[in-house]
Design a binder for this molecule. Structure first.
Ligand code: PLP
Length: 402
């Protein structure tokens, strides 16, 4: 480990507090991450120094805000190794990005959308809505008992009817890391468009969209130390240029008459209305923060945490861990005779914040015959001591609840 998590931790003011008289142990990072001072300062500085509406202003502030917003787009493009910064569309987050793609695709009866058993509701429901609208069929790649995808079934389900394949890179429920490069290559070879849900990948992995080879990549800023309400849809230029616009309004037009409107070029074609200017700037700052530490170092640290947590929890009586060894970010578990909600509530009283429930993955929970799990999820600022505090809290809670 090339960095000291306690130094990193000091950059996050929210983590210094106590909850129920105990130091806060925040292990709900897959739901949202906390924000470092640099990001908080970037948001504040934007409003204190350059706030103005962007793109059409001639005055000083409008030009300053426009150039900061577009510099953020350039930074995002570099972070993702996009061939063209116009491929970076700012959205409200992963859900918004996926709904955008689902709205602009035209499918017909006989066409298929292929998703997987591990998807978050936001990578299921927009496709169901598209299928309802178009008469296309939704197909689902099943998973094995260890929470990995059944690759044989995936290959068997791919066909010339598959128009869109949508896969999560990392499962928010089980931490499963899917082999998205291989799956993308297979889906592309079958003639399908490919969307990768990178909501859980963005804080843990380097994403090179050119190496990935997908057509769309979606993620949210708030999972990677940036504010809520900002996210990205990266879309391959040749694909997005050929697709229709989505929301109509200001910014997405070239010329409007009552008879006819012509549409703007990428990325503005998909950015109708005043965007989240401060959010885009803060997201770029969050990526600077992450890159300042190094994604490889962060991944190694989080791997250390998750393995320590897995080992500690597995040593407790009646604990079942979901997901494969090699999981990233999130560790889900169940305990015989203990309801996850009761467990979560009780360990919160000991200062430990985890998430309980279905994690927006009800079909996955149904596949395992459960209503939910307890999920601890990790970030750059978590420490080995916090993992130990989690294990102690769970052991105590189980003693009380059983
Ligand atoms: N996809 C995955 C894998 C997620 O973990 C999440 C959020 O938890 C989402 C999609 C939805 O993200 P958002 O609510 O930021 O749009």
């Amino acid at each position: 480990m090339a960095f000291d998590p306690s130094t990193v931790r000091a950059e996050f003011p929210i983590l210094a507090q106590s909850v129920n008289g105990r130091p806060l142990v925040y292990l709900d990072n897959a739901a949202t991450t906390q924000k470092p001072r640099a990001v908080l300062d970037a948001s504040r500085r934007y409003y204190e120094e350059i706030n103005a509406n962007i793109h059409r202003g001639t005055h000083h502030l409008a030009r300053a805000a426009t150039s900061a917003h577009e510099a953020a787009r350039e930074k995002l493009a570099r972070h993702l190794n996009a061939a063209d910064s116009a491929e970076v569309i700012f959205t409200a987050g992963t859900t918004d990005s996926i709904n955008l793609v689902a709205a602009i695709l035209t499918l017909a009866p006989g066409d298929e959308v292929l998703i997987t058993a591990l998807e978050h509701h936001s990578n299921i429901v927009p496709w169901q809505m598209l299928c309802e609208r178009s008469g296309a069929t939704l197909k689902v790649v099943p998973c094995h008992d260890d929470g990995t995808l059944d690759q044989d079934a995936f290959h068997a389900l791919l066909s010339e009817r598959t128009r869109l394949t949508a896969i999560t890179w990392i499962s928010n429920a089980f931490g499963t890391v899917n082999p998205v490069h291989e799956m993308t290559a297979a889906a592309k070879a079958a003639g399908s468009l490919v969307l990768i849900d990178a909501a859980q990948a963005i804080p843990h992995l380097a994403i090179d969209v050119q190496a990935l080879g997908a057509d769309f990549v979606a993620f949210s800023g708030h999972k990677v130390y940036a504010p809520t309400g900002i996210g990205v849809l990266w879309g391959r230029r040749a694909v997005l240029d050929a697709l229709p616009p989505w929301r109509g309004g200001g910014e997405m037009i070239k010329e409007v008459t009552f008879e006819k409107t012509t549409y703007n070029d990428l990325p503005f074609k998909y950015e109708a209305g005043t965007p989240n200017i401060e959010g885009a700037i803060a997201l770029a700052t969050a990526l600077d923060f992450v890159n300042g530490i190094g994604l490889t170092e962060i991944a190694a640290h989080e791997d250390f945490l998750i393995r320590r947590a897995a080992e500690g929890l597995a040593s407790l009586d009646g604990v079942h861990l979901f997901g494969p060894v090699g999981r990233a970010g999130a560790l889900s578990f169940g305990i015989e005779g203990v309801h996850h909600y009761d467990l979560g509530t009780l360990i919160d009283q000991m200062g430990v914040a985890v998430r309980t429930g279905h994690h927006c993955c009800q079909p996955l929970m149904a596949r395992f015959g459960i209503t939910g799990t307890t999920r601890a999820s990790f970030a750059v600022y978590n420490t080995g001591e916090e993992v130990d505090a989690l294990v102690v809290a769970v052991a105590k809670a189980v003693g009380i609840l059983r």
